[in-house]
Design a protein around this ligand. Structure first.
Ligand code: SAH
Length: 399
């Protein structure tokens, strides 16, 4: 018996427009797909074939489309073709200048549930769904074939996997723990990446373009980099000619890597480095009490919300941070502020930052709207692929 899902009338529309997700509420009937991750035909209510997808009875995001070709299997040949195609769409890496990038960005590269990141000779992959998990062996084979990595890591240690009935998994497939760190280049910056202990797959590749932008505003500035992680923005500021860079993060290992990154990158050699291990919310209040002031503040917090019910709370968090930042900025100073919460739209984020500016009694002249780097593309047919929003603005007083 064929494995298939039959949609309710009208529910084929979004799929015909290219959207890859099918929620359980859109499904009329499921046939022969009890095993999580089973490949199925997706059909409209009349039984007309629409696409190939994998189905998981657990959770409300029930199926994700991986092909629009009848009979297509999610097999090794298909995976190899798709991963090679994704790689071919990326600009070529340049030794000594750009040696890290995201190669496969899940749905946005037509491989839902799979992320592949390259950091010099390290390759890191992450599997987020049962549909991809079922093809893990083939994925590993393909990655070995295409990239011949010196180190191959699996960083499927994301809590979201539990929604798919999967456990978190972290494994070294090629290499060993003592090879976990590598130096990779972003836009000419030599950055140490720990692909085993680091956050996500090791580094926040999505902020590449924003770091370049911050570099261009850093000349002579006293910079405060909030949620610095390993210092991508801090090093960019040093290169841009900052006078002093204060980096704040709660993670000690991240700040240790930051120190090494600072030493291994040229820039303004007189630039002072201060690294503070602290909770950013508390530290900003402390700075405000001390009357500290900065010329450039970067505010790049972690994701605050993954559940619609908590959007309001997240907005209060963003507002708090941005209000404090605007109070700490000198007149004419620059704020680069971000939200990587997919559930918060660009509009909403801008409103929250506006609310903060009103409370601070200042205005913000927006100079740039920022977003995720181009190796994290946004599919027009899949607006959910936009998650990182940023505003870079100048503080001006209301007159
Ligand atoms: N700007 C960074 C990425 C930031 S990711 C870059 O360019 O690479 C978010 C960072 O916030 C993580 O490093 C995490 O350790 C840190 N973090 C999360 N909550 C925090 C808090 N309340 N106070 C300080 N740091 C925090």
């Amino acid at each position: 018996m064929k494995s298939q899902i039959i949609l309710k009338p009208g529910k084929e529309k979004a799929i015909k427009l290219g959207h890859p997700w099918i929620f359980s509420g859109a499904i009329h009937r499921v046939q022969n797909a009890e095993q999580p991750g089973t490949s199925v035909d997706v059909c409209d209510h009349k039984g007309q074939f629409l696409a190939r997808a994998y189905y998981n009875p657990k959770g409300s995001l029930a199926a994700r489309i991986f092909s629009r070709q009848a009979g297509q299997e999610l097999d090794q040949a298909f995976l190899e073709r798709q991963i090679r195609a994704a790689l071919a769409r990326r600009p070529a890496l340049r030794p000594g200048f750009q040696t890290m990038h995201r190669v496969v960005a899940s749905e946005a590269d037509f491989l839902p549930g799979l992320i592949v990141d390259q950091y010099a000779d390290h390759l890191v992959f992450q599997i987020l769904t049962a549909g991809m998990e079922n093809h893990r062996d083939a994925i590993i084979e393909v990655l070995k074939t295409i990239f011949s990595p010196k180190v191959l890591m699996e960083r499927s240690d994301e809590a979201i996997r539990t929604k798919e009935g999967l456990h978190e998994r972290k494994e070294i497939l090629i290499g060993s723990h003592d090879q976990a760190r590598t130096v990779a280049y972003e836009n000419g910056m030599a950055l140490t990446v720990d692909t085993w202990e680091g956050h996500k797959t090791g580094f926040y590749l999505d902020q590449r373009l924003a770091r370049q932008m911050v570099e261009s505003y850093a000349r002579g500035a006293e910079v405060l980099n909030c949620f610095s992680y390993t210092g991508g923005f801090s090093i960019a500021a040093k290169r841009g000619g900052a006078r002093r860079v204060t980096s704040v993060d709660e993670s000690r290992p991240a700040l240790e890597i930051l120190e090494g990154n600072w030493r291994q990158n040229p820039g303004n050699e007189d630039c002072q480095m201060e690294n503070v291990r602290a909770d950013v919310f508390a530290y900003l209040r402390q700075l405000r009490e001390q009357g500290a002031r900065f010329d450039l503040i970067v505010m790049d917090p972690p994701k605050f919300v993954s559940d619609r019910a908590h959007i309001d709370r997240a907005c209060r968090g963003y507002k708090d941070l941005n209000l404090l930042a605007m109070q700490l900025l000198r007149e004419g100073g620059i704020l680069a502020t971000f939200s990587c919460s997919g559930l918060i739209s660009r509009d909403l984020f801008q409103k929250v930052v506006f609310g903060a500016s009103v409370d601070a009694g200042v205005d913000l002249q927006i100079l740039h709207q920022l977003s995720q780097a181009d190796d994290h593309p946004l599919l027009l047919s899949f607006p959910e692929s936009l998650y990182l929003k940023g505003l870079l603005g100048r503080k001006v007083s209301l007159s």
